[in-house]
Design a protein around this ligand. Sequence first.
Ligand code: BG6
Length: 295
Amino acid sequence: MNVEQLNREFGLPKLLNFFSDDSGLILADLAGGQARLCLQGAHLMHWQPKGQAQPVLWMSREAKPVAGKSLRGGVPVCWPWFGSRSADVPAHGYARTVLWQVVDSQPLPNGGVRLTLCWSQDAHPLWPHACRVELRVEVGCDLRISLMTCNTGNQPLEISEALHTYFRISDIAAVRLHGLDGVDYWDKAAGRSELCTQDGSLSFAEETDRVYVNSAATCMLEDPGLKRRIVVEKVGSFSTVVWTPWVDKARRMGDMGEPDGWREMLCIESGNALDNTLTLLPGDRHSLQVHYQVT
Ligand code: BG6
């Protein structure tokens, strides 16, 4: 569908407007501009609820929509695998670069809006399985995102997944992350091959890349600099990935926003990865739901 057809069928006055930018990709403004989503990747690029002086999601200063390329920031959808599966396939799967279809839009009783997108396949060159995936975004004073996978084929499916959320913070050295005390994790940055156990809350002084497993715990990001707390509450997600690239990796990546864009972001990713990889039998569905609130 083009922009006119999308607006005719799904547009909602003051709540949902589709438009295309210089790249030719179609974007959607939600809730009067409080949020923006790119249909490529079903990628939420921006969320700044009323009353917040700064966006809640971080987006690299250098990011701009480009066909076939994921944006650095916002909420990339990692699916049908999380992380690097092998050298010849893209890290974090391909959902973040394919074009999703809009299937529904609804005004919400709280004055917000819900937009539902879908990706369905009989097979894909990188992953030859039949399935249907739905991403639902609800924007109001808080944000809810759900990612639902249904196995529409006749073979069991193995998936790992994550909503790879980049949060805008005042300074990486000043924030604390609560909620993971006692939870086991794989330490990717340190390259350890045994599980570690979190002791207390997290603060950050170096590259951190951890996959916390077997816990659906609510996390709370405390940011004294921006005088706010971000609460990440989830259902159907048993892994939490915590990632900050720090200076050297950010420089190698080259798209974090010079000179120190990386200092103003922290990823808290809700998903199912490693030990929590899912197996969906034919006809099964799994739903990962995350609720983000700012206080
Ligand atoms: C995180 C991984 O989820 O994503 C990191 O744990 C990775 O290892 C990061 O560097 C960014 O991945 P990408 O593919 O978007 O550069």
